[in-house]
Ligand binder design. Structure first.
Ligand code: G4P
Length: 526
């Protein structure tokens, strides 16, 4: 096998997603500890913005600083190169998370045993389902009392709309938590609360052996046998390919805080999680192992220093090998460029990268050359698909509050939108600019950044809209007819695509009913 193929096949690029407080930061930290990427607990800072801090700008700035440091954490473990992509903790930045999910090859979802599936996880899972991303689930906080594990598995299936298959099984929970039976490796992992780590891991192929009682007690042994019998009866045999196709999610139980069950998760993960797989570009399918370097920008992070508008553009390499001092094509600009000071992300350090492989993420210093979704190749004209914009949930008119600074405001809006901070729609009827976001906090961030980075002042004017829908039709006549009828509600998105601004669900339904030749889409890619 060539060195290139070996390098690509040992890469595992994934994101951990969860509802805030389920334990994503804690789990990330434990994974980094295993990789030797950090040596003390507490080194990974949570990038959560505390709820109380909605208008605490220091907090937002801090968060931006932390999130660039922890955006990508790469480390080596057992011969594998692991890249964890961080996702913002705050739900108002969900759009950022959606985009990050386009750059990963698989996902680990963390669920709190007591809280079960929460809103944010449900939404993120929808994106995984859409993209057929393989998902593993870690049920966290087994040292606390929570739901019956069987009920939780049912809830996962119903709420996340994915089939699940436990690969480990808890022995009781809360203060009575004894550990887990590792179904995948036929081992009994015993938990000792005071020691806070796995004290004993016993090979245990025959669960009917009376030794089981010695390890975990009589009633627990009986319960475990009954549970496992039920599991084998109810859930299909675990099949790696079904997981890789995104059709079944293996489930592990543990406690991230106590570093229990984390190594088991990681060991199974490196074995079954996918290495970079072929990626569909508009022109053709790109093969990571056999095609020359190609990749796309999925995230742009503005510099913290407001006096220098320089950013870091995050490039996910989809195929081949990236080399420093080599010319690559910026497809949108149709221009060859060299990236001499691109950086790799190894845990929290950044270092200049000489070479990187499909699966890796590199940071390219940018002075405004890049937009989210830009493709970089070795020379071919390719456009990667799969970076959809989702219909925002909140809309506001953005108005200039300082007429002397119109140019600065327009430039600021333009660049912030290229960075993917929010979405811009221009109403075709009155020419007014509308900003669409997922949450209130984004409006505050935009206002703050316009002022501090561009010296521009904006005002928000409320606008009650239900959804922005991208419309299309095979019939130009039908499309034009609709646009004429709804001219007050037609807008263009930043790419110049037609968008219908529906102010209520009812209006949207009526439009769908009255214009059957039109398709209404809630994401920009269809
Ligand atoms: P997040 O990134 O998903 O938002 O969650 P994070 O890891 O920050 O964890 C949220 C809280 O849950 C933290 O407590 C953390 O210590 C706790 N936690 C994580 N894993 C476990 C576990 O396995 N068992 C128990 N009992 N708790 C767990 P906190 O009090 O909010 O923060 P901290 O003061 O401990 O940092």
């Amino acid at each position: 096998m060539s060195e290139l193929i070996q390098e690509i096949q040992r890469r595992r690029t994934f994101a951990i997603i969860s509802h805030p407080d389920a334990g994503k930061t804690t789990l990330t930290e434990k994974l980094l500890l295993f990789g030797g990427a950090i040596h003390v607990a507490g080194a990974v800072k949570s990038n959560k913005i505390k709820k109380s801090a909605t208008s605490d700008w220091m907090e937002i700035e801090k968060q931006r600083g932390i999130s660039v440091a922890t955006s990508v954490m790469g480390f080596e473990y057992e011969g594998y190169k692991i890249n964890i992509l961080d996702t913002p903790g705050h739900q108002d930045f969900a759009e950022d998370t959606y985009r990050t999910l386009t750059a990963v090859d698989s996902v680990i979802i963390v669920v709190d045993i007591a809280k079960g599936v929460e809103a944010q996880t449900r939404k993120l899972m929808e994106v995984c389902r859409m993209r057929k991303t393989p998902v593993m689930i870690f049920i966290n906080k087994m040292d606390r009392d929570g739901q019956n594990p069987f009920d939780l598995l049912d809830e996962l299936e119903q709420e996340l709309k994915v089939n699940v298959r436990p690969l480990s099984w808890p022995i009781d929970q809360g203060v009575r938590f004894k550990g887990v039976y590792n179904i995948y490796e036929h081992k009994l992992d015993l938990y000792t609360p005071s020691k806070q780590h796995v004290t004993e891991s016993v090979e245990f192929k025959d669960l009917n052996s009376p030794d089981l009682e010695k390890h975990i007690g009589l009633s627990e042994a009986e319960q475990l046998r009954a549970d496992l019998e039920l599991i084998e009866g109810v859930y299909p045999e675990f099949d790696v390919n079904t997981y890789l196709d995104g059709n079944i999610a293996p489930v592990f139980f543990g406690s991230a805080l106590n570093n229990f069950g984390v190594k088991e998760l990681l060991d199974c993960f490196i074995r079954i999680a996918p290495y970079p797989r072929p990626v569909q570009a508009e022109e053709r399918k790109v093969d990571p192992e056999n095609d020359p370097m190609s990749g796309f920008i999925f995230k742009i992070h503005a510099n913290m220093d407001p006096n220098h508008r320089s950013c870091i553009a995050f490039l996910k390499i989809c195929s081949g090998r990236f080399d420093r001092n080599t010319n690559y094509k910026h497809v949108r600009h149709n221009k060859m460029m060299k990236f001499n000071s691109a950086t790799a992300f190894m845990a929290q350090k950044k270092e200049t990268v000489d070479e990187a492989y499909a699966g890796d993420i590199i940071g390219i210093p940018d002075t405004g050359n890049f937009k989210i979704g830009d493709t970089i190749t070795s020379g071919e004209t390719l456009h990667f698909k799969g970076l959809p914009s989702f219909s925002p949930e909140m809309f506001k008119y953005i108005e200039n509050a300082d007429p002397m600074k119109t140019k600065q405001l327009n430039k600021g809006i333009d660049q912030l939108m290229d960075e993917g901070v929010a979405q811009l729609f221009t109403n075709q009827f009155n020419g007014r600019k509308i900003i669409g976001t997922v949450g209130q906090l984004q409006f505050e961030v935009i206002q703050y950044r316009l002022l501090h980075e561009y010296g521009a002042q904006c005002r928000w004017e409320s606008l009650s809209l239900y959804k922005a829908c991208w419309i299309e039709s095979e019939s130009d006549e039908a499309l034009n007819n609709f646009k004429k009828r709804k001219y007050q509600y037609m807008a263009l998105d930043k790419e110049g695509r037609d968008v219908f601004l529906a102010d209520s669900n009812y209006v949207l339904q009526m439009a769908q009913q009255d214009f059957p030749e039109l398709k209404f889409h809630f994401t920009s890619e269809f």
